[in-house]
Design a protein around this ligand. Structure first.
Ligand SMILES: Cc1cc2nc3c(=O)[nH]c(=O)nc-3n(C[C@H](O)[C@H](O)[C@H](O)COP(=O)(O)O)c2cc1C
Ligand SMILES: [Fe+2]
Ligand SMILES: [Fe+2]
Length: 400
């Protein structure tokens, strides 16, 4: 049975949620599923913005058939060709052969790669460029290219008549939609962790491109933001824009210290605990500590975007870093994290390498200041405890 959600007189949400999915992109843990949002414009003519993931296509088509009520579909707008939004594109295009497929040139290439049948769609493509407009009955749409937010072909769509921004993956979040689909009905601030975890892991690497989209958006009058995942945003724009701007420009959200440690036999953990206690002695209030073996890397990456200071502590493992720590540092680098103050703690029993490897790994990262390092053999003694306390005092002195 169809399950749709009218948003305005001319706009209906026709997406669906997947609460069975455990790993988004087969990789990021989901605790409460994810939604695939698709939108239907009905204003004299008809248009859909994107389709949905394979997992929810049956529901998606029931929704679309219901809102169309036997009428013609005029336009299929493809904002992002990633299969979580376009798995249903070939089926949709075949079902409604009269519909024009609104894309940009890059999207056409991707569509043909994903759907060989699309080589027959040449006369159906309506290719648009940045700033081009399309009239869907009484609604005027303006297209803006947003390359790499999250794929190269991404474009967003502004409904200039009703002041609605269809933002593709931007402003999205993990989490299924549970009846209340406006952020005015849900405590979005309580779910901020999921917004941060989604943005930083999915789009975080492309901060410059995300910042340029935010700049474009800030020049528009916007009453509603319709992303492809998560809640539809109708209020709290200054709060939301402030968060996204910080994430996109790598400005730490909070002054505080993230301590991420690896440890097999608790000695490196003990060093991390001693450092944390010393930070407390210096009046540092905002401290988060994670065992990298027990915390998913996507959560650690999101926390790294949140905090101004990061301490990494790892034992040496077969002449290298402990594997989960190596993975975390590689993730920080691949997400282009910058503008942070870091310190490292390394441990080893016969030929310690951890400190050296961590410092070498962090060295090429941009706008990273290393505040200091402590290296110890096997377990912390009084001398090393004093070094950790000295490091804590340096860290505290650079916190505002
Ligand atoms: C499988 C394995 C490989 C290790 N490889 C090294 C190494 O290459 N060099 C070294 O100095 N210590 C090595 N160690 C020793 C640990 O780094 C050291 O005992 C450290 O104190 C463990 O810290 P933890 O108590 O926090 O787990 C290794 C330990 C294990 C279990
Ligand atoms: Fe995407
Ligand atoms: Fe997506």
């Amino acid at each position: 049975m169809y399950n749709v959600h009218p948003l305005t007189e001319n706009l209906t949400w026709i997406g669906a949620s997947d609460r069975r999915l455990k790993l988004f992109e087969n990789h990021f843990p989901l605790s409460n599923g994810v939604s695939y949002n698709s939108y239907f414009i009905d204003d004299g003519e008809t248009a859909v913005l994107d389709t949905a993931d394979d997992a929810v296509l049956t529901q998606y088509f029931e929704n679309l058939v219901h809102v169309l009520a036997g009428r013609k579909l005029n336009y299929i707008i493809v904002q992002h060709m990633e299969p979580d939004h376009c798995a249903g594109l070939a089926a949709l295009a075949n079902k409604y052969p009269e519909a024009k497929i609104v894309v940009n040139n890059k999207t056409i290439t991707f569509i043909k790669q994903f759907f060989p049948v699309a080589t027959n769609w040449e006369d159906r493509f309506l290719s648009v460029k940045d700033g081009d407009t399309l009239q869907v009955g009484n609604t005027q749409l303006v297209f803006a290219m947003a390359p790499m937010v999250h794929w190269p072909e991404v474009m967003v769509t502004y409904d200039a008549t009703h002041k609605i921004l269809f933002s593709a993956d931007a402003f999205g979040s993990f989490g299924a939609l549970n009846g209340n689909i406006l952020n005015s009905q849900c405590d979005m601030k309580a779910n901020l962790n999921e917004y941060r975890r989604y943005y930083t892991n999915i789009v975080g690497k492309y901060g410059m491109q995300a910042a340029s989209l935010l700049k474009k958006a800030s020049q528009l009058e916007i009453k509603m933001i319709c992303p492809l995942h998560g809640l539809i945003l109708v209020e709290d724009f200054p709060f939301i824009i402030d968060k996204y701007t910080k994430w996109a420009t790598y400005v730490p959200e909070e002054e505080g210290v993230l301590i991420a440690y690896a440890s097999m036999y608790h000695h490196t953990e003990n060093a991390a605990d001693i450092l944390a206690t010393a930070l407390d002695t210096h009046g540092v209030k905002n401290i988060a500590m994670y065992d990298v073996s027990n915390t998913d890397c996507a959560h650690l990456v999101a926390e790294a975007f949140r905090f101004s200071h990061i301490v990494l502590a790892s034992p040496t493992y077969m002449n290298e870093l402990y594997p989960q720590m190596a993975h975390f540092i590689a993730s920080l680098k691949s997400h282009a994290l910058k503008k942070r103050k870091l310190a490292v703690i390394g441990n080893g029993s016969w030929a310690p390498q951890a400190t050296k490897v961590m410092l070498a790994e962090l060295e090429p990262m941009k706008d990273i200041e290393i505040l200091g390092s402590v290296e110890f053999l096997s377990a912390i003694n009084e001398e090393k405890k004093a070094e950790l306390e000295e490091l804590a005092s340096k860290i505290a002195a650079t916190l505002s």
